[in-house]
Design a protein around this ligand. Sequence first.
Ligand code: ADP
Ligand code: MG
Length: 603
Amino acid sequence: MSDIINLLPDSIANQIAAGEVITRPASVVKELVENSIDAGATKIIIVIKQAGRTLIQVTDNGKGMSHTDARMAFERHATSKIKRAEDLYALDTMGFRGEALPSIASVSRVEVFTKQQGEDIGTSIVIEGSEVIKHELTSCEEGTTFLVKNLFFNIPVRRKFLKTETTELKHIIYEFQRLALANPIIEFSLYDDKDIIFETTSGNFKQRIVSIFGKKTKNYSSNLVSIGADTNMVKISGFVGTPQSAMKNATQFFFVNGRFMRHPYFNKAVNIAYENMLQSDTQPIYFINLQVPTDTIDVNVHPTKTEIKFEDERDIFMVLMACVRESLGKFNIVPSLEFDQQNTTEIPPYRQGHTTQHPKIEIDTTYNPFANNSFRSHRSTAPRNWEALYKQNRDSLPASNTISKPNTSLNDTEPIEQKSFLIHKNRYIVTSVKSGLMIVDRQKAMERIAYEKIIVQMESEHKPTQKILFPKEIELMADEAITFIEIQDDLKAMGFEFELSDNNTYQITGIPPMLLSIPDTSKLLHDIIAYLSDSDNIEKEVYKKIAIQTAKNYASCSSQPLNEEETEQLLASLFQCNSPKITPSGARIISIIDDNDIWRGDR
Ligand code: ADP
Ligand code: MG
């Protein structure tokens, strides 16, 4: 038999490597910008068109390349950054594999203009699908400009699998944020064609945080606490958010030796430092730099290098936890004795020398959700008799929390004559039914009721809107603004009215009447955007997701005590819902404790 093994031509090998390194336009941005950083640039300008499908252009004022190097750079394993195996353990550059440029050039058309500092003449190169089309001397600026055009032009499947332009643009923005935060000294700008997405000036870490997240975080300056530790294992610097600035989907960044990384284990260290200080469902904001000796980490773990192994992981964990805790401690944030975990309230930090600001929650105390029918179901009449509704619905109710009696007769589940409610901790409505004790989680019930009402509103022709006298301003971050544009029609369908007033800033001029009781509309919109960005398939069932998050915020704002009549009305509305037993996000609303399980004292 003849031999059958071939060596793959470089162009194919490069395309295979590109499959790993260059997965989307954002990866090209990352690789090119990292090269500019390694070249000592102090100014980097990025321009993209159509979220990088047609053009990704990176211009730097770094050291440039010689005529020969510019060509060599596109060979496989061509790098100026390591020479010997030992260099791998003393890396102070972002790149070292010599893989990026040949990979990019194998799946696009690349044009380069480069000139070394102090030289008279520069070089221009054009490579398309690994084939050198031009390599000549030219006059150009000092530094280097890369233009990557028609990414994946020769791999139709890849091109087809690119997500929508908005999704790809968001990935580019995330990549940009990481690079810009890790290098505050470097002046960075990002343009979408001619539109400015970010423009930053050289500064310190805090100034960079504010210039990247400034809009959303005008109050970052007062909400960020600086942290610091200096041991021979690790130097830690950066900022963490105060507990009350914690939020769903909080901005969290770890950098190690100037490189962005993900580190679930260290993330845990930060979270532990906040123990008992956060409301459930929220995460602390943080921007943390770790500096470690280069020979104690292994950046070789992953080709795109966001996961990094540390030699002294456990010790760093402890140092990190302690230094975050210490900084929070300086703010005298004392966790209160919490008897009721469910209703944990935010604890404002007390700053020495400052007067304590009590959290201001603008709640319309006169608002009664039951007064204006807003809670009545959309069905024709809303019977006040919840028992009748309960009976209709009982078959769909969940079984007992514990052991359910399989042979419960129908009769047993009927409500008993005398109705009275116990409201436990202003949250759980406890009442007797034939088979036992029924406990309804009031907040979750509100969530279900609000959700169904919102959906009806969104699907109906008539869009009720309550104009607001003094429009509220909402400022969005670049990536949020993209999501906002995607969902604006759904928000309008719900009854929101708004107009663009400035770059990424909207004036809210009208809101759905039922949301008048929500104290913070802008928080609601941020939460909706966060919830959508969090979900796997943003484009799917957007309006339902919007309704889910809105219902959640709505329910969490309704905590004024209920009287008997209101409780009854709430239960009536609940049992009129299509699915009274679970919240739109799947949590249980009702629990029934079987009579047989109530008394266990003698067992
Ligand atoms: P790596 O960064 O791993 O060395 P790349 O394929 O990204 O590999 O780049 C190959 C080489 O090209 C680099 O080692 C560097 O010498 C040179 N190079 C790439 N981009 C630039 C740039 N913007 N300025 C100067 N040199 C560059
Ligand atoms: Mg590189």
